[in-house]
Design a protein around this ligand. Structure first.
Ligand code: CA
Length: 238
């Protein structure tokens, strides 16, 4: 195991006793650890350090942990394991629906925790992640920047006002820049497996997006239509 790159785990927990315990346990197990005691610092660390896995307490002093899940999921598939005292089913469903990979209720056993971490790391989906985004938290192509940390799209330095759904579509295509995404895969990624298969809604969104980001919506430079298939974000030039 010594020749393997050590996985970096971010521990987000405001209780210093639990934080210290988790850090000691994971360090003894050969993991590198980073700690955050609040949501704001956690989000900064996620963007700057790109941990391999996040252990996330939901009850934080400055924000609800669920907000961290939503925010991270806008631009990353890094595994998130919730560790929470909230044991009610709706709490778990909410966290998982927002994109958490797993949920452990306090108090928990060390062996159970380590097993869940190993599983999460094994199932990490990195293949489709855009390396530039993982590194910088943003995607650049031509005059357009998709800023995943600020949830902003800027064209030639100007902030473009997109609706939440429009942003999600642009953000998703940016993550897969250069690749064609089918209508179905976009609908499924954004609205879940039971999403409608009607492409009309996507076309409406796309027409609006193009009016906002493309210098000439009839000759798109940023998002191309693959007729009958889907859309493709232009590949970045740096
Ligand atoms: Ca807490």
């Amino acid at each position: 195991m010594s020749n393997m790159i050590r996985s970096k785990i971010l521990i987000v927990e405001d209780d210093s006793g639990i934080r210290t315990f988790l850090r000691a346990t994971l360090t003894a197990e050969g993991y590198d650890t980073i700690v955050a005691s609040g949501g704001t610092s956690a989000l900064e660390i996620v963007a700057s350090h790109c941990p391999d896995c996040i252990l996330l307490d939901l009850g934080l002093p400055d924000m609800d942990g669920n907000r961290i899940i939503s925010s991270v999921r806008q631009w990353s598939t890094m595994p998130i394991i919730v560790i929470s005292a909230r044991s009610m089913e709706p709490d778990k469903v909410q966290a998982l629906d927002l994109g958490a990979d797993d949920y452990i209720t306090k108090p928990f056993g060390t062996n159970e925790l380590l097993a869940r971490i190993r599983t999460a790391l094994r199932h990490r989906r990195t293949a489709s992640e855009n390396g530039e985004i993982a590194l910088r938290g943003s995607y650049h192509v031509g005059d357009m920047v998709i800023d995943y940390r600020k949830h902003q799209v800027r064209v030639a330095g100007e902030n473009i006002h997109l609706t939440p759904n429009e942003f999600r579509i642009v953000a998703l295509l940016g993550m897969h820049a250069g690749q064609v995404m089918t209508y179905r895969s976009i609908l499924r990624e954004l609205w879940g497996p039971s999403a409608s298969t009607d492409n009309k809604i996507l076309r409406v969104h796309m027409a609006s997006i193009r009016r906002k980001i493309e210098p000439n919506p009839n000759e798109p430079r940023y998002i191309f239509t693959e007729v009958g298939v889907g859309y493709r974000m232009a590949d970045g030039d740096d």
